[in-house]
Design a protein around this ligand. Structure first.
Ligand SMILES: NC(=O)c1ccc[n+]([C@@H]2O[C@H](COP(=O)([O-])OP(=O)(O)OC[C@H]3O[C@@H](n4cnc5c(N)ncnc54)[C@H](O)[C@@H]3O)[C@@H](O)[C@H]2O)c1
Ligand SMILES: [Zn+2]
Length: 460
């Protein structure tokens, strides 16, 4: 069975008198020349989306496609109810079974036509939304599971890609996650509570969203009948301080800087053995874990959980350790935001960016579209373990502030000598493994990325 014409606003299923509104399905490349099981699957996705759209009819009245479509979908045995009554659940299970049966016949011939949804958790966020855009641009079918966490969002962001399917819910919800995995063969797990945290009181929330959320997803993946590739959004924060070399003692690991040392304006860590100054080096992936705050501890734990899952279930899992990501849709200045958006927000309100310490802290600022590109390579590859995602072009925090100020003709940055306990001095990445394992190299230069970011839309 073919959908004859996707460019019209409806398509006719041969052998049936039903005229089905295809609504946004015609936006998807997959609708062209696909077989029956694929049509059924797409309709199921649409029906499920309808279910979520219908869960708040007042707010989404304009997008309710009406009784006609519901009747048509019902006729196909596809559940479209707003509540999951036992009868609706049974009908949905039956329709899943039918779709699987329909797929089975074509599995050997054309397996890829019956699988291939990419689930992006946290796909409404800064990085996740760029991952979604890139997947959609490549013709992938994308489902997003996002809670719209109030620390990240004040309602639905306006940049959501309409070609993706959105499920607004929590990755800790086991039943919902299991349903979201329907027809999925790759998962990009971006959902997390991010940032340094403003208060230790946040600890339980971080553990819930990041650790329990990841554990819930992994259990659902472990129960899946087909193997599913998992890419975890991890972070450079797992390393704590970067890597340092002493001319006398080789590689050394300085301990966290003491408040007295920082108060005295001594920002550079010294060799723990001889006290000599150290030379910072790019961090390779085999550097030891040394999380310095609650958020970092949860990112380490996410990696450990994923590694255990990969080992015990022979699953295909890769952790991407993003360095300092910046770019459009970055959240505005909050205690949870990155330094680039804190500087941007200051410039926007006519203030001079406040640069902590002496401004010479080294970081690797990597553009969010490069991070999305790394995710594409990671989802398509079978590489396992962990790789850094970075530009390979470290800059100081002071240089970032100056570059941003210059790009908008704003106030000169002010170097304050203040500090945040828990901040590390230098951390920047070795990009060798990403190049060798994934063929990834960042393509957006610091100058071009910062110039764009200086006026790019931020998230409210
Ligand atoms: N931004 C960076 O510089 C950076 C650096 C390293 C790693 N990371 C990692 O990248 C990922 C994305 O970060 P971001 O900067 O885009 O943050 P973000 O806050 O913009 O996006 C995170 C998204 O996850 C969602 N979310 C949170 N908890 C959830 C839950 N329990 N269930 C479903 N959705 C949930 C939020 O609503 C949000 O849309 C995170 O895992 C983060 O740890 C980010
Ligand atoms: Zn030494």
């Amino acid at each position: 069975m073919k959908v004859p014409c996707a460019s019209r606003h409806h398509a006719t299923l041969a052998g049936s008198e039903l005229e089905l509104l295809v609504f946004d399905l015609e936006q998807r490349r997959a609708v062209l020349g696909v077989d029956e099981c694929e049509v059924v699957r797409m309709l199921q996705h649409a029906a499920r989306r309808n279910e979520y759209l219908l869960c708040d009819p007042d707010e989404r009245a304009g997008r309710d496609l009406g009784e006609l479509r519901r009747r048509q979908l019902d006729h196909l045995g596809i559940a479209t109810k707003t509540t999951t009554s036992p009868a609706a659940a049974a009908r949905e299970r039956r329709s899943h079974k039918d779709a699987r049966k329909a797929c089975k016949g074509t599995r050997d011939r054309e397996r890829s036509a019956c699988v291939g949804v990419v689930l992006v958790t946290g796909g409404c966020g800064f990085i996740g939304s760029h991952v979604v855009d890139e997947l959609v641009a490549r013709g992938e079918r994308v489902r997003v599971l996002d809670l719209l966490h109030p620390l990240s969002h004040d309602g639905q962001p306006e940049y959501l890609n309409p070609a993706a399917e959105y499920v607004f819910g929590d990755v800790q919800d086991a039943e919902l996650v299991a349903r979201c995995l329907d027809a999925v063969d790759r998962v990009s797990h971006q959902a997390a509570m991010v940032g340094l945290g403003s208060d230790f009181g946040d600890v339980v929330d971080y553990v819930r969203h990041n650790d329990v959320g990841t554990a819930t997803l992994l259990r659902a993946l472990a129960r899946a009948t087909e193997p599913i590739r998992l890419v975890l959004a991890s972070s450079m924060v797992v390393y704590g301080e970067g890597r340092y070399r002493c001319v006398e003692h080789g590689l050394v690991r300085p301990s966290p800087r003491a408040p007295a040392q920082l108060d005295a304006g001594e920002f550079e860590p010294a060799c723990p053995t001889c006290g000599l100054p150290l030379r910072p080096e790019a961090v390779p992936e085999d550097a030891p874990f040394d999380p310095r705050n609650v958020y970092a501890a949860t990112k380490v734990h996410q990696e450990h959980l994923c590694a255990a899952f990969a080992r015990e279930k022979s699953a295909s899992v890769l952790a991407l350790r993003y360095h300092n990501v910046y770019g459009p849709r970055m959240p505005r200045d909050t205690p949870y935001a990155g330094v680039a958006s804190i500087f941007r927000s200051a410039l926007e309100s006519g203030r001079s960016p406040q640069v902590f310490e002496d401004g010479l802290q080294l970081r690797d600022f990597v553009h969010v579209r490069d991070v999305a590109a790394a995710n594409m390579l990671a989802l398509a590859s079978t590489a396992t373990g962990a790789v850094n995602v970075a530009s390979g072009d470290p800059r100081t925090v002071g240089a970032l502030a100056r570059e941003l100020a210059a790009a908008v003709g704003g106030e000169e940055p002010e170097t304050t000598g203040d500090y945040r306990l828990g901040d590390v001095r230098h951390v920047f990445a070795s990009t060798e493994l990403a190049r060798n394992a994934l063929g990834f190299h960042a393509s957006i230069s610091f100058a071009a990325g910062v110039a764009e970011f200086a006026t790019a839309p931020l998230r409210a």
